[in-house]
Design a binder for this molecule. Structure first.
Ligand SMILES: Cc1cc2nc3c(=O)[nH]c(=O)nc-3n(C[C@H](O)[C@H](O)[C@H](O)COP(=O)(O)O)c2cc1C
Length: 877
């Protein structure tokens, strides 16, 4: 709730003040290097060619100027001892003008140069930066408000992005260029924001100091400097008055001013000055003020002040910077802090970059805002449509127990999980079931037991954590006592992004917790990568396969708009199936095939152990032909599908085949093509390393009542050896190698050997020998996959230990988890040595059993710690 309020404040200020702040940032960056730019644009003006001779004294300069510019009074001269640096002089302004003209004077000849190129431009930029080109008093208030807005944005942003693991540097500072879409924008916005935070706080506080008088007075009082110091710009503070007076006194022909004695007095006190500005009086009898940077001045505003009588050279007053109070020094540091010069050139560059980045925030912020609006609008439309159809979210406080047959509970950050939840509810209703949609924000873990059948749609946020709205639920979940959910059946769809280390992290946490409470999964957790449309279809299909919704409802939903983002098409490459070999002839289980894929595309043949190969499957040619015959359509007719032209039979082979009315209603080939949805990609663990020159897969052929499984049938039976395949290799951060020579324990069963073998082959190549493999299947005789290779590694010392669990080779069933228990002491030793555990294979039975065995041997907390430390990695399905 509190967070939500801050979120609203952040985006509201962001889209209003933030938009103007972009221009303030840009102009600030332009002003950072104003002097250097003007110097470069005006050769021979701000710096002249260095000569052997001594530069002229201020008095000599004054005399030369009097000849060159007769009748013009000089109000200040600024000198720098650097060889070749011109003196800067300011003339008294004409009546009614606020600022006098500034010109540069050759330090050796006293020649007055022409105006500096760019000066006017920078003055306009400065007026924009300080007052938005408004009248000063109004401009100051606007800029002060903007400065405070920037402070609010920075601090609320910090609060909103506070990582749940604040000790992780990575969570604070790591830019992740693998991310895409909203996740990438969010990463950019929050990480760069963190980097720039200190700079923005400095900008806003120092900016507010100049713009808001009350703020300035407050700061001055705090600093023990009761009055605001005089403006310290050249020709600033009180100059206006001076200008008016000069006009009034013009007739009186002031006595000529001689600076010789005053300058000598100054040099006697500060012979090694870095910079001196002489403020000249109108009359020779009045004192000259010299503001100067002493030899050890730490920054450009660490100025000392000397007041000297020009006629006698008597020093009336000397206020050294060194003698200022701490508060006074702080006030003097405000300008260099704002400019970054307080920290020298590096500070200036950092501040300029931070200013330049302000538009990046504005733009990413706007994009996040618009994306969110779009998603919310889509969600509203969806909700309205589904409400018409009778599927509505339960009002708060009415979790009405058994009232509905299914609870569809979602955890969503930006609304995608909610949309899927609404669609799932629609599917349920079309199938004749009752459904209630409920956010986990309104649920507590304790209330779940009132719902015997729950479908969860859970997205992940942060680093593998629950979305904000479900954080309270997650907290309670961790704290909840061991209340049993034994009578609850559930299915879980986890939304995530594979580019994050903890892919679908919250979905898995929730799943783990539900199982530990005794809830029964209707089918294994389904992961969805970046709202992949195909996987969502798989979810619907799983619901149908398990009798939760009807096939007809799924088919009709498939032809209507699915709640998926357009499938990212990038990354698909042409591969070919180069080898196929059944490894388990005679097995009691389904046939398992070793399959090799090759590509000629060298740019696409690198992957890390644990990676997955996504494959776009196709229907067997016979099935397509049969359908075409039934529809009396010619499969060779070329149709258009999302901009690609291809024969209808090819499109059908890659699409969900239409059933019922959807097919028979199609008037012609193109009308049919327009209704088709692409088949979901299937992921397989890669069992080889790039050095093998091919992607190896282990595919178990699935057989259903109506024939072979779609993808496994295609890969193991229908596709000819040599057939082309659309393949995309994706990293699997959850199952990536932990790196280095740390000991590794590999546990798996059946085709799960694939993911383990990929890691093992990589480690063997790298010469890492502390590998322990626990593998299980039914019979040693038929199911000892890759037996020769494993035994060879064992003999060569490349595999330190191999435990096999062939469940049906003896009367009593034995599984990998049993082997793990038998080797408890060894397991504890390996874990103590820092071992990383990799589990690959079936979620049901194996993964859950291994989980329980690990908890038994090592303790629940130790398992939690392993997960936290990234030492328990799983690729289970
Ligand atoms: C800031 C941010 C952090 C995320 N962190 C993860 C993560 O750790 N693991 C993951 O699998 N997905 C992560 N995601 C991806 C989301 O879970 C995914 O985009 C999901 O579809 C969002 O659904 P929603 O709109 O219901 O929140 C993250 C997304 C964002 C914007």
């Amino acid at each position: 709730m509190f967070k939500n309020i801050w979120f609203q404040i952040h985006w509201f200020i962001g889209i209003t003040a933030g938009t103007i702040l972009m221009t303030i940032g840009l102009t600030g960056a332009v002003l950072s290097f104003r002097e250097e730019i003007m110097d470069a644009l005006s050769p021979g003006v701000m710096h002249v060619k260095v000569r052997e001779q001594q530069p002229l004294t201020p008095q000599q300069l004054l005399e030369k100027i009097a000849v060159a510019e007769p009748g013009r009074r000089v109000t200040s001269i600024t000198l720098t001892p650097e060889a070749g640096a011109s003196a800067r002089v300011v003339f008294a302004p004409p009546p009614g003008v606020r600022r006098g003209e500034a010109r540069y004077v050759d330090p050796y000849t006293g020649q007055v140069s022409g105006p500096v190129t760019g000066m006017e431009f920078f003055e306009i930029v400065e007026r924009f930066h300080r007052w938005l080109l408004l009248p000063t008093e109004i401009g100051k208030i606007v800029l002060g408000t903007l400065a405070l807005s920037l402070l609010t944005l920075a601090l609320s942003g910090l609060y909103l992005r506070w990582p749940r693991r604040p000790l992780s540097l990575q969570a604070w500072f790591r830019l992740d260029f693998k991310l895409q879409g909203r996740s990438f924008l969010w990463n950019l916005h929050s990480i760069i924001g963190t980097w720039a935070l200190v700079m923005y706080v400095i900008f806003s506080i120092t900016g507010a100091y100049w713009a808001l008088d009350w703020f300035k007075q407050g700061v001055n009082t705090l600093a023990g400097e009761g009055r605001a110091p005089q403006a310290q710009r050249a020709g600033g503070g009180g100059k206006q008055q001076g200008g008016e007076r000069s006009h009034k006194d013009k007739e009186e022909a002031p006595a000529p001013l001689d600076l010789t004695l005053a300058w000598d007095a100054f040099l006697a006190k500060a012979p090694h000055y870095q910079n001196a500005q002489l403020r000249l009086p109108e009359k020779a009898t009045q004192p000259v003020q010299i503001l100067f940077l002493g030899e050890h001045a730490p920054h450009e505003r660490a100025r000392s002040r000397m007041t000297v009588l020009p006629q006698s050279g008597e020093v009336k007053q000397l206020e050294l910077y060194e003698d200022k109070s701490a508060g006074g020094k702080f006030i003097a540091a405000i300008y260099p802090l704002h400019m970054g010069t307080f920290f020298g050139l590096p500070g200036r560059i950092v501040m300029a970059i931070a200013s330049l980045m302000m538009p990046l925030f504005g733009i990413t912020g706007w994009m996040l805002y618009l994306d969110r609006r779009r998603k919310k609008a889509a969600l509203r439309a969806e909700r309205a449509a589904l409400e018409q159809a009778g599927v509505a979210a339960t009002p708060a406080g009415n979790e009405g127990a058994q009232a509905s047959q299914y609870l569809v509970a979602y955890a969503s950050q930006a609304g995608q999980a909610e949309r899927v939840a609404l669609h799932t509810a629609a599917l349920l209703r079309q199938s004749g079931a009752q459904a209630t949609v409920q956010s986990l924000a309104r649920m507590t873990p304790e209330k779940l037991r009132h719902h015997p059948r729950i479908l969860f749609i859970a997205s992940t946020f942060g680093e593998g954590e629950a979305p904000d709205s479900a954080r309270a639920f997650e907290r309670r979940m961790r704290a909840a006592s061991g209340e049993s959910l034994a009578h609850v059946e559930y299915a879980l769809l986890a939304l995530g992004d594979r580019n994050y280390t903890k892919f679908c992290g919250f979905g898995h946490t929730l799943d783990h917790w539900l199982r530990n409470r005794g809830a029964k999964a209707l089918f294994p957790l389904t992961e969805v990568d970046r709202m992949d449309g195909g996987t969502l279809q798989k979810w619907a299909q799983m619901l149908a396969d398990n009798g939760i919704v009807t096939a007809a409802a799924v088919a009709s939903a498939a032809t209507s708009a699915a709640p998926s983002a357009p499938r990212p098409q990038e990354g698909w490459h042409a591969w070919s199936l180069s080898e196929r070999l059944q490894l388990n002839h005679g097995s009691q289980g389904g046939p398992i095939f070793h399959i090799e894929l090759r590509t000629t595309d060298a740019a696409n043949d690198a992957w890390q152990p644990g990676a997955l190969a996504e494959i776009l499957p196709r229907h067997a040619a016979d099935r397509v032909t049969l359908l075409l015959q039934r529809l009396q359509l010619d499969g060779r007719i070329v149709v258009d599908s999302k901009g690609t032209r291809l024969p209808l039979q090819d499109l059908l082979a890659r699409s969900v085949l239409p059933v019922g009315h959807a097919a028979t209603n199609a008037r012609d080939a193109q009308a049919l093509a327009d209704t088709l949805q692409p088949l979901a990609a299937r992921s397989y663990s890669i069992a080889s390393v790039p050095q093998d020159g091919a992607v190896h897969l282990l595919v178990r052929q699935a057989r259903h009542e109506d024939g072979l499984g779609l993808a496994s049938g295609w890969l193991t039976e229908y596709a000819e050896v040599g057939a082309p395949l659309d393949v995309r290799l994706v990293a699997n951060a959850n199952f990536a190698p932990a790196g280095g020579d740390t000991p590794a324990i590999f546990i798996g069963n059946g085709s799960g050997m694939a993911g383990l073998r990929g890691h093992l082959r990589a480690r063997v190549h790298a010469g890492h020998a502390r590998n322990w493999l626990l593998f299980g299947e039914r019979n040693r005789r038929h199911d000892f996959l890759y037996q020769d290779e494993l035994e060879q590694w064992l003999a060569d010392g490349k595999l330190a230990r191999l435990d096999l669990a062939f469940s049906r080779d003896q009367n009593q069933r034995v599984y990998v988890q049993d082997r793990l228990r038998e080797a408890a002491d060894e397991l504890r030793r390996w874990i103590a040595d820092g071992a990383v555990v990799y589990v690959c294979g079936s979620l049901e039975g194996m993964a859950a059993g291994v989980d329980a065995a690990l908890a038994e041997v090592l303790g629940e907390q130790a398992v939690e710690d392993l997960i936290e430390q990234g030492r328990y990695r799983r690729d289970v399905y």
